[in-house]
Design a protein around this ligand. Structure first.
Ligand code: PRX
Length: 652
């Protein structure tokens, strides 16, 4: 494992360019007292306990934190229900007719669900799930497009105490099957299809394929999104239409009284092995983390229309489309399709149409918009925007400045938010009323969060240094374990430095103590803000009959941040053709999903290996990026890399 050394940091990161919050913004900000940082640092538990009063509890907690590293229990003894907090209490407290979800379908159809309507829909579906035999503690898998029923399904699970496992609709049948089996899910909720760039994503046929090997699934619920054009088949007894199930269901359903530490959901993410990790989040801590950070980082006001462009299949959608905003009673926008349908102005049209005040998206999207040109956003009225944010990967200063000028019109603060599936909520981000921003820096840890940059031995590097980002104190929305594999939880996150959480990210701290994230230091790639492990792609490649061996690396990509490059050794007698390259790319898409499709495949007779037969990806990265080769002394055969380098130059 090594830190990225390929960046000329001083040229890339202009530490002096700062944008302090405007006086106008400071005046109205939810958090505008800089002393909040010191106060929270002195007593983090007291800080979180004060925030937890914003939630509704059936039974108050007895102790804020029980910490037997690396095992945490927050709000011990407390009882509450997440859906009661996200929906029912708003109906009780005067928001019955406020828009909870503004949904826009890709073809242009729209739906608005008030909190009152959402409550009834959630209750009906919760009762339908009960009718299918789902009880507290069961796992429910969800594999859907971005339709309101996805949020309704999650909230219905939370209402009755079943844990959901949402699987991104872009994943393949095999990936879905693996996740269903790991969680031993009892029910699967899906759609007949989803709209994407004007064509139908065949979700239901992927489900039928996946379910050939999922012994635990008893029932499937299918939302009718597409209708006739989807051309699906329904398996008698197993498959049920959503609309038929809810038609006869009661619109009343009492919330299950959940323990603060009961599991709320599992979300699979890529680690450094081929097998995805089921990250487990629990009830109180997760909800507190998502709602508090949402309220303060985005400076949420009662009338705001807030839009996070993520897909709910990822953690960003869980925390910042569904749970965070709804817990705060915020109107959240949900969009089904892509930003280039029917044309490249779609996002700006949506902001204009609904008067969006807060907009949260990914650097890869911003770089795409840059390429499309500023004429597209200039066609629309974006004056409703008050604050804009980014997440998922380091944002390059050029993209930051473009966002600042063309979307924020130099008026909106930008929050660059660093966090992970495992952290549940935002950890490092400016507080828009307090923190001066620097393009490319996520700035500093939020109040109540303790982060450090440390060297190999775990010693803080201090201002001006670079090293690994770690989190030195537990926080409420931290993952509690890896589902079914507590050993992996300990090993992966808490073993490098005992009692300290290892993020897997490289980081630099500047002279002002600002944090500059440098990307992953392990074998995880970040492609368009999505985590993909090199091992997963390698396993998919070697699964193909023609492949003897494969090594996969992330390579700098102008739009995606990282692209996927694969070095492949073919079996004896197999011809290295372009047609085979395409076949291998499609094979990976079939095994994992198109997000994992390699950008380039490079055939090579040999791969650089150490004397203990370990493939040296670091050298492959050097070759792919056209860098001077690093240390090659541990190689079994040093001539392999030299040959590979020449060959790559000729073909690459
Ligand atoms: O490398 C960091 C990068 O995304 C990783 C987490 O990925 P995931 O669990 O899929 O969650 C993504 C959305 C929260 C981190 O380890 N990352 C995320 N946000 C940032 C970032 N890198 C730099 N700056 C960010 N703002």
């Amino acid at each position: 494992m090594s830190l990225p050394t390929d960046k000329n940091l001083s040229a890339l990161l202009d530490e002096r360019r700062t944008f302090p919050p405007s006086e106008e913004f400071k005046k109205q900000a939810n958090w505008n007292d800089p002393a909040i940082y010191e106060r929270a640092a002195k007593d983090p538990e007291g800080f979180w306990a004060a925030q937890a009063k914003s939630l509704d509890w059936f039974t108050p907690w007895e102790r804020v934190l029980e910490w037997n590293a690396p095992w945490a229990k927050w709000f011990v003894g407390g009882k509450l229900n997440v859906t009661d907090n996200c929906v029912d209490r708003h109906v009780r407290n005067g928001r019955r007719n406020k828009a909870a979800i503004i949904w826009e379908g890709e073809p242009g159809d729209t739906r608005v669900l008030t909190f009152g309507m959402l409550e009834r829909e959630v209750n009906r579906f919760a009762n339908a799930l009960k009718g299918l035999g789902v009880v507290k503690g069961d796992r429910v898998a969800i594999y859907m497009g971005m339709v309101p029923e996805l949020a309704i399904a999650m909230l219905a699970c939370a209402k009755i105490g079943a844990a959901h496992s949402v699987v991104f609709g872009g994943f393949s049948a095999e990936a879905l099957r693996e996740r269903i089996n790991d969680a031993k899910a009892k029910v699967l909720i899906t759609c007949d299809g989803a709209w994407r760039r004007g064509t139908v994503v065949a979700l239901k046929s992927a489900v039928d394929e996946a379910l050939k090997g999922t012994p635990t699934i008893e029932n499937v619920v299918v939302v009718q999104r597409i209708g006739k054009a989807a051309q699906i088949s329904m398996e008698p007894l197993r498959d049920h239409w959503w609309h038929e199930l809810v038609a006869g269901a009661s619109a009343e359903c009492a919330p299950e009284h959940m323990d603060a530490e009961d599991m709320l959901f599992i979300l699979y993410t890529s680690g450094t092995t081929g097998k995805p990790k089921g990250v487990v989040h629990t009830t109180a801590g997760y909800l507190l983390g998502a709602s508090t950070t949402h309220r303060y980082v985005f400076d949420i006001k009662e009338d705001d229309v807030y839009w996070c462009t993520a897909d709910i299949g990822w953690v960003t959608g869980h925390s910042y489309i569904v749970y965070g905003p709804l817990a705060n009673g915020t109107t959240t926008v949900m969009y089904e399709g892509t930003p280039d349908f029917p044309d490249r102005g779609r996002f700006w049209e949506i902001i204009d149409k609904y008067g969006v005040n807060i907009f949260y998206t990914a650097p890869t999207a911003i770089r795409t918009f840059m390429r499309w040109g500023e004429d597209w956003p200039a066609k629309y009225k974006l004056s409703s925007l008050r604050l804009i944010g980014t997440v998922g990967e380091p944002i390059n200063p050029e993209a930051w400045m473009w966002y600042h000028e063309n979307i924020g019109h130099k008026r909106c603060p930008i929050v660059d938010t660093w966090w992970q599936t495992e952290t549940g909520g935002i950890m490092i981000s400016p507080l828009p009323g307090i923190t001066a921003t620097k393009p490319g820096s996520a700035t500093r840890p939020l109040p109540g969060i303790a982060a450090e940059v440390v060297d190999l031995e775990g010693k803080p590097v201090g201002p001006g240094g670079g090293g690994y980002l770690v989190l030195t104190k537990p926080w409420p929305s931290m993952l509690r374990t890896v589902y079914g594999d507590p050993e992996r939880y300990v090993q992966n996150y808490w073993s490098r430095y005992p009692g300290i959480y290892f993020t897997g990210d490289g980081c630099k701290m500047d002279e002002d103590g600002y944090l500059w994230l440098l990307g992953r230091v392990d074998d995880v790639m970040n492609v368009s803000g999505h985590r993909i492990s090199t091992y997963e792609v390698e396993s998919a490649l070697v699964d193909h009959v023609s492949v003897a061996e494969a090594a996969v690396i992330g390579k700098t990509h102008e739009i995606k941040g990282q692209g996927i490059s694969a070095f492949v050794t073919l079996k004896e007698g197999i011809a290295a053709t372009d047609a085979l390259k395409d076949e291998l790319k499609n094979h990976v898409a079939m095994k994992i999903g198109s997000i994992a499709k390699p950008d380039d495949i490079f055939f090579s007779a040999e791969l650089p290996k150490t004397r203990s037969a370990k493939i040296m990806r670091r050298l492959l990265r050097d070759i792919a990026e056209g860098r001077v080769l690093g240390d090659t002394t541990t190689l079994a055969d040093p001539t392999v890399v030299a040959k590979l380098k020449d060959q790559y130059k000729d073909e690459g």
